[in-house]
Structure formats: C-alpha cells, structure tokens
Design a protein. Structure first.
Length: 485
C-alpha cells in the first residue's frame, strides 16, 4: 500500500481525547507524539489525500533532532539529502556558485550541521507511515463545519459526524477554519507585493544537471530550479514583479523557457503547481479555551530561510508532551498555558527572521537552524548548572554504554542527568514510579559541564542545579510524582 493511500473504513469515534484538524506536518507530528504516549487522538483532513507538493522542502538541524526522537530519523535520512550549492546563470552561461546556507560539520553536541532537503509531501508520507505504525491514522475527506466548547471540552461538527474531544488542535493551515470559528485574529501582512509561483516539475536529464540549485535572475523576477533528493523532480520557484502566475502546465513550461536557457519541451512534466503572496502573520493567541492553534494556523511565514514547516513541527513537539501530562498523568490544565507562553515568542522571532531573509537584510546563517532557540526565563525553566541554563536545548553527547545522550532521551519520557557530579549518591536521585522519568549518570560532556539536569520530553532543560534540592517541587506541576530512590 502506498504511504499516501487512503484506508477504507477509518471510523470517526464519538469521543476522543484530542481532535487534530489538519494532516499537514504539524498535525501529523502531534498525532505521532500523542500516539507513542498512548493518548487517543483523531486526525481529520478535509482533502482526499495528503498535500501533494514540495512547498516546505527544507528540514533544519533542530527538526532533524525532533524527527529522530519521533522515530522517523532514518526515513528522513534515507529519502532526503543535503542542499546543493547554488549556481547562478545569465544568458545561458554559468556565472558561478552561490551557497545560500551555513554548513557545519557535525559535532558531539550538534549531530546535524546543515539543512536537509526533503519535499513536504515526502515528509508527510513519512509521518503518516509512522502514525499508522503506532496504530493511528487520518480520516480524509472530512472537514470541520462548526464547533462549540465548554469547560470540559469541545464539540465539533464534522462533515462525517459529531465528535466530542477534551482538546481540539487547529493544524489546518493559514486559512484555518478553526481559527476563524474561534474568532482569533492574526496580526501581520505582506512581506513582498510580488506574487510567487511554486511547482514540482520534471526536466529532461540532458537539459539541466541535478548537481546545483539553479538560480536565474531577470527583469521579470528571480527564478530557481532546485533538484529534490529522492525524486526525479525539481522545485520551480518564480517571482512575478508584474502580473500573476498562470498555473496551467503549458504556462509553466513557457515561463521556464522565457526565464532560463531551457526550452519549453525540456519540462517533460508539471506534477503540481500553486501560487501565493509571501506574508508574515501571527495569531493574536495560541489558545482559546480548550482549542489550540499551531503551525500555519498560528503563524504564516515567507518561505525564505525555511522556517515555516520547521517552526510548525516544533509547535507540535512542544504541545504533545504537555497534553500527555495533563491527560495521562494528572498535571493541572494550567500546564497547557505554557504552550502559548513558550511558542508564541519563538514563532514571532522566526517570522522576523524569515522576513529579513526574504528582503535580503539577513543571510541564512546559524539562526535558521533553530539550534539556539530555547525557553530561558519561561514558565517551565528553573535554575542553571555547568554551562547550561534551564530553557536551553539539551545537547547531544557521548553516553558510554548507552551510546549517545540522544539515545537516552529518545522516547516520551523525561530524563534526569547527573553529569560529572556525585550529587544525589547518598540519598539517591529523584525518580518517578511509572518510568516517566529515566536517570543517567556519567561524565560531563563539554557542552554541559557538571550538574543535574532534568530534560523535558521535547529535549529542553526544564530544571538544572548542583544538587537535587527543589527538583521534586519543580516536577509536581508537570504531573511528575518523584521520590528519592
């Protein structure tokens, strides 16, 4: 069965813990995270299949770390590839290379050093396959029409029935039906008045090599052709300084012939095409009662710098463990408030970054990799130890017989690290009775320094200290009942 196939007889239950509206990257990532926790969730998608195009084609290093934890890291590696060096053209002649990205060798702390190209449709297929592996699925051709909510949950009217959910998550894109139904506004506007065309095309192998990301500048607007790893396709992106894109296959072929040295017949197939105007907009809030916004429903980016899909996936990664703690481990509902408190400032910062890159005011540097993002000073960040402060991303590093620290972290649990310290050896370290916290003691990697570090399920340090004092009290509002063992 193809990964994008629609399974028959996928039923819509009358009640579910979490209803996810939209099967884009963020919706699928959240569904995978909840499924591995054992949280019953329903994903509905108004379209008949997954999104068919490549629009979000860059997976940043931090997102690769997220995918590794969600169990799809190997599939992402297998089907993707490094971004090729750009090649500028003029008059049918190569003008020279132009590398758009910061590239760095992997390190102990950061195992992924550069962006990874993977077309959006492939990313979604990989996530759907993982969801099905965990026992979940997507109900396609099912749209939300109306919703109402009370203190205990949301009642959603779907085109295939009525669902009662404890929580509803809007992952239904920039034109979100859920956001509009909730009356949540968006602040922002156009980044560039020039409309854009994006398409997946196939080009005769003898007409253009796949070794470069080809860049064509012209009076009509810039045009790029980027080979998509693991496919026979190129992603075509074209700016229109005047007029509007025509999405018809013959018009796309003519555009390529007009703006490059290729002939129209060199474009052997137009597999998908779309148009858009680059925008930057942020939802006024990410929570309205028992309904939550994430992904493009919460923030709309220019595609420059590859921040939209990546920020969206990390919304899901932040929200999933919090829903799990509330639904399964008795954490107070107030924990869900921290989702907006942590993610909205990050989304706002990434919107600014995307806009500056689009307008040529900032290069695609380290900031685009999202490895430096964190939640210092946030509602769930307490203390510091060694080289790190609570809220920082928990680096990778050697972990002796366990392999790597990322191997220790992998899974839906918290991890308590005792690195380069004897703290807690007399009375033991705090642990949970139900395996929701794992402990690891070992030498301190350089990126950490000595200390105790409670790593959240999303790979950020929640609490840090030189001894366990205060850790048990910190953990209680997270739904962790810790005892010394």
């Amino acid at each position: 069965m193809e990964l994008n196939s629609v399974k028959e007889n996928v039923l819509v239950p009358a009640e579910v813990d979490v209803l996810i509206v939209g099967a884009g990257p963020s919706g699928l990532a959240l569904a995978v995270d909840l499924a591995r926790r054992g949280v019953p969730a329903l994903v509905v998608e108004k379209a008949g299949t997954l999104f068919p195009g490549s629009r979000g084609k860059g997976v940043q290093p931090r997102t690769r770390e997220v995918f590794d934890d969600l169990g799809v890291g190997e599939a992402v590696r297998e089907h993707g590839g490094t971004a090729p060096v750009g090649m500028t053209w003029a008059g049918g002649v190569r003008q020279g290379p132009y590398d758009m990205f910061r590239r760095a060798a992997p390190t102990d702390a950061e195992p992924y050093g550069e962006p990874w190209l993977l077309p959006q449709w492939r990313t979604q297929e990989i996530l759907l396959a993982r969801l099905r592996e965990l026992g979940g699925d997507v109900v396609f051709s099912t749209a939300l029409t109306t919703l109402s909510q009370d203190a205990d949950g949301v009642t959603a009217e779907l085109t295939t029935g009525t669902v009662r959910a404890s929580w509803l998550v809007a992952a239904d894109g920039g034109r979100s039906t859920v956001r509009r139904a909730l009356g949540v506004g968006m602040t922002g506007g156009s980044v560039d008045p020039a409309p854009m065309l994006v398409a997946d095309v196939r080009i005769a192998p003898t007409a253009l090599d796949r070794d470069n990301w080809h860049i064509f500048m012209g009076d009509a607007g810039h045009t790029t052709l980027c080979p998509l790893p693991g496919t026979d396709d190129f992603q075509l992106v074209a700016q229109f300084k005047e007029g509007a894109p025509d999405l018809a296959p013959e018009a796309v072929r003519t555009l390529v012939a007009d703006r490059t040295h290729l002939a129209a017949e060199d474009v052997t197939e137009v597999r998908w095409s779309s148009d858009f105007r680059p925008r930057a907009a942020l939802a006024d809030r990410f929570r309205a009662g028992r309904a939550l916004l994430m992904g493009d429903a919460a923030h709309i980016h220019s595609p420059a710098g590859g921040q939209g899909l990546n920020t969206s996936v990390q919304d899901a990664y932040n929200l999933g463990w919090k829903l799990g703690q509330v639904l399964l481990h008795g954490a107070p509902e107030a924990l869900i408030d921290s989702y907006e408190q942590e993610r909205r400032p990050v989304a706002e910062a990434m919107l600014g970054l995307s806009t500056r890159i689009h307008q040529g005011r900032q290069e695609r540097g380290r900031d685009t990799q999202q490895l430096g993002l964190g939640y210092r000073g946030g509602p769930l960040s307490t203390g510091r130890a060694g080289a790190l402060e609570a809220g920082d991303r928990a680096p990778d590093g050697p972990a002796g017989a366990h392999g790597r620290l990322f191997d220790v972290f992998r899974g839906p649990h918290f991890t308590l690290l005792a690195l380069g310290t004897d703290a807690g050896t007399d009375a033991g370290l705090p642990v949970a009775a139900d395996a929701s916290v794992r402990t690891y003691r070992g030498p301190a990697p350089e990126a950490y320094g000595a200390g105790l570090f409670l790593v959240r399920p999303d790979g950020y340090i929640g609490w840090a200290g030189e001894d366990p004092a205060g850790l048990v009290a910190y953990a209680e509002p997270l739904g962790l009942d810790l005892t010394f063992a």
